[in-house]
Design a protein around this ligand. Sequence first.
Ligand code: ZN
Length: 310
Amino acid sequence: MLRVLVLGAAAGGGVPQWNCGCMVCQMARAERPQLRSTQCSVALSADGDHWFLINASPDLRQQLIATKQLHPKAGQLRHSPIAGVILCNGEVDAVAGLLSMREGSPFTIYAHPGVLSILRANSIFNVLSEENVKRQPIAIDEPFEPRLPDGTGSGIEILPFAVPGKVAWYLRDTSLPGGRGDEIGDTIGLRIRDRATDKYVFFLAACARVSNELKARLAGAALVLFDGTVWRDDEMIAAGLGQKRGQDMGHIAMSGTDGAIESLAGLGIDRKLFLHINNSNPALLADSEERGALERAGWQIPADGMEIVL
Ligand SMILES: [Zn+2]
């Protein structure tokens, strides 16, 4: 049985974002606290006792306090059920939470060598001593099984793969193993397989478009957690919140002919959740037209703390 915990479903900044006065952020501060959402992170477990985080968001401390599955075991003075952290990239949204994981508990960081070199180059991450916190390189298209603290397998197989999107700088160098040319445009997605049941879960917090190759990969999955940054490509510009389109940031829109909802229809995916939702996205409002359309198409926007058992 694979357990998937949504620790946070918001894009960078969260909902509400500290410096944002848009409608959703204002409502989240005042009359609709249920709109509040922390920045995107997910936890996985095959045994219910040991957990692996996908990305360590800047809100990690708050997420750990709010999530009883991740509390220290009763009767132990120092303990954490978190056995490892898998990093999809080296950006602030994915790595800042690591700084809340100092204090000497052992765990393993799994990340592309390019991401590990970002951690090494920023001395602030030395608060995680390499004695306690192992750093394990992972590679595109090479499956790995995160380990439990006693060295045995976790029962979860993870395959990092390239997704159409903004080019991660550490993938640009074609001399690197798994490196790709600029023209392809790569972002890391994760295919997660429960070895006991052979069920598949996909995590794609960033994806610029759904290629036929990606469709074939996702077909028949038990669960897809997918990029829900914006409802429409130009919504941030239309709302006066910025000059960037979703595509400029490597994010597909939820709506439209080439959007996520349309592109992932009819692929036999059991459950579809949007993640990495920006506070400009009107689908966050439970009574909006956009939310209705999304739900009618079989999608959900998860609340923080939602647990899915597969
Ligand atoms: Zn806002």
